[in-house]
Design a protein around this ligand. Structure first.
Ligand code: EPU
Length: 418
């Protein structure tokens, strides 16, 4: 298993380019199952979760050609409408094939995800949504079977709680359903809008993506399309905070500041010198001492849960006490005990973490527990005095493209060792 060895204490300086969004690419790849024609996706990051999704799609019947960051998919027929446990347990987003498979093949068999490091993460809303569209759902041997041999029928789907991949899954099912579907309390994340843009290019009739009510007029078939994935807002946000925690001077290019509004406001409140010279660039300048600012995660357009761990690492360097409240996942504080090993003072009280800064961070041996927790450890290591060894960096490889190369290019002393 690979490790990162990081020697901290150097302010980051230079330019970091942003990759395409992992969480936008995953549903876009699954959407290719909806047509027999080729779907060409540009700016797909070469990260492990994408490779896992590609493996799953090949098993299902797609042929996939990868050239740099362009992925061409063709699915003449659904050979095996199944997502096995071996893949689903490593990547929960595998459940994104459920909607497209039932819509195109009338049948899907998908393993239940089980628990994970950040919470229980059930898929009950995906299933009740599909039931509303007429699928018959059964469960046996850890697998969900969904069947709609005569096709899906448009209906009103109202989520009890906002779910990102749930919204994407039902959207992909609804585009081939007969008649009109309304998705209420839909996720408004930019990744949902990006998927709707791709589906529209494929011939789907969708209105309201990006708002909490999405309306779909079903069509009988979809065609191929070419689409460029949006910039990864979580990657860009992580680099902004990595620059800030090292008191660095960094330009993050090719990003979408308009997708990071809540984070930009929080960091500016905390005293980070963060500006947006144009629509695709964010600039962090050295800013001296940081103020503690409370933060609560929310669905988009609120502060993203995927940036919570990184924000907490940053707040360990603020002068005073801040409260970080996690409302999306019940167990997303795995980074706290590792940050504490590096000298942070953080107490957990239910869904709230009380961070007492400013802590003097020192290098230590730590373990990455999930993707974003790992990113917070990399940040803390960059700010710490001495050497940090981060074990199990396969978690970070799931979602950050060439992170050590990007950080090394702006002066970080980071090495991958086997
Ligand atoms: N939930 C249910 N039942 C469901 C679906 C969700 O109870 O059927 C609950 C979840 O347990 C959670 C909340 O609803 O408490 C929200 O979960 P959501 O479904 O929105 O999460 P997701 O779609 O599984 C996506 C991202 C996550 C990101 C969350 C929240 C992808 C592939 N994953 O997950 O990204 O944290 O939305 O924004 O888009 C990451 O990239 O590190 C990551 C975990």
């Amino acid at each position: 298993m690979d490790k990162f060895v990081i020697e901290g204490g150097t302010p980051l300086q230079g330019i970091i380019p942003t990759s395409g969004s992992k969480n936008s690419s995953l549903p876009a790849l699954a959407a290719a199952l909806l047509t027999a024609e080729p779907v060409v996706l540009h700016r797909v990051p070469r990260v492990r979760d994408i490779r896992t999704m590609e493996r799953l799609l090949v098993d299902i019947g797609s042929s996939i050609d990868v050239e740099g960051e362009t992925v061409t998919l063709k699915t003449p027929a659904i050979v095996s409408p199944e997502a096995p446990y071996e893949l689903v347990k490593t990547m929960r987003a595998s459940s994104l094939v459920l909607g497209p498979l039932v819509a195109r093949a009338g049948r899907a068999r998908v393993s239940l995800p089980g628990g994970c490091a950040i919470g229980s993460r059930p898929i009950n809303f995906h299933l009740s949504g599909l039931e509303r569209l007429g699928a018959v759902i059964s469960q046996e041997h850890g697998y969900i079977e969904a069947a709609a041999p005569k096709g899906l029928k448009g209906a009103r789907v109202s989520f009890d709680r906002i779910t990102v991949t749930g919204t994407e899954d039902i959207l992909m099912a609804a585009v081939l359903a007969e008649g009109e579907t309304t998705i209420e309390n839909a996720a408004r994340e930019p990744e949902v809008s990006d998927l709707a843009d791709l589906l529209t290019k494929m011939g789907a009739k969708i209105q309201g993506a990006g708002t909490s009510t999405i309306t779909v007029q079903g069509v009988s078939s979809l065609e191929g399309a070419t689409h460029e994935i949006i910039a990864d807002r979580i990657e860009a946000g992580t680099f902004v905070m990595a620059a800030a925690i090292t008191n660095g001077d960094v330009r993050i290019t090719g990003c979408r500041p308009d997708h990071l509004g809540a984070m930009i406001v929080k960091l500016q409140e905390a005293g980070v010198d963060l500006t947006q010279p144009d629509d695709t660039t964010l600039v962090v300048k050295p800013s001296g001492s940081l103020k503690p600012v409370d933060m609560t995660t929310e669905e988009y357009p609120g502060f993203a849960t995927d940036l919570q761990a990184q924000y907490m690492a940053l707040m360990t360097q603020a002068e005073g006490i801040s409260l970080v409240t996690e409302t999306i996942f019940e167990n997303r504080f795995m980074h706290v005990s590792e940050l504490a090993r590096m000298g942070a003072t953080i107490r957990i009280d239910g869904r709230r973490a009380i961070v007492a800064g400013r802590s003097k961070l020192t290098g230590a041996g730590v373990i990455a527990s999930d993707l974003r927790a790992s990113a917070s450890l990399v940040m803390a290591a960059l700010a710490a005095k001495g050497q940090t060894v981060i074990d199990r960096v396969y978690h970070i490889d799931r979602g950050y493209e060439k992170i050590e190369a990007k950080l090394a290019a702006v002066g970080a002393n980071i090495q991958r060792v086997e």
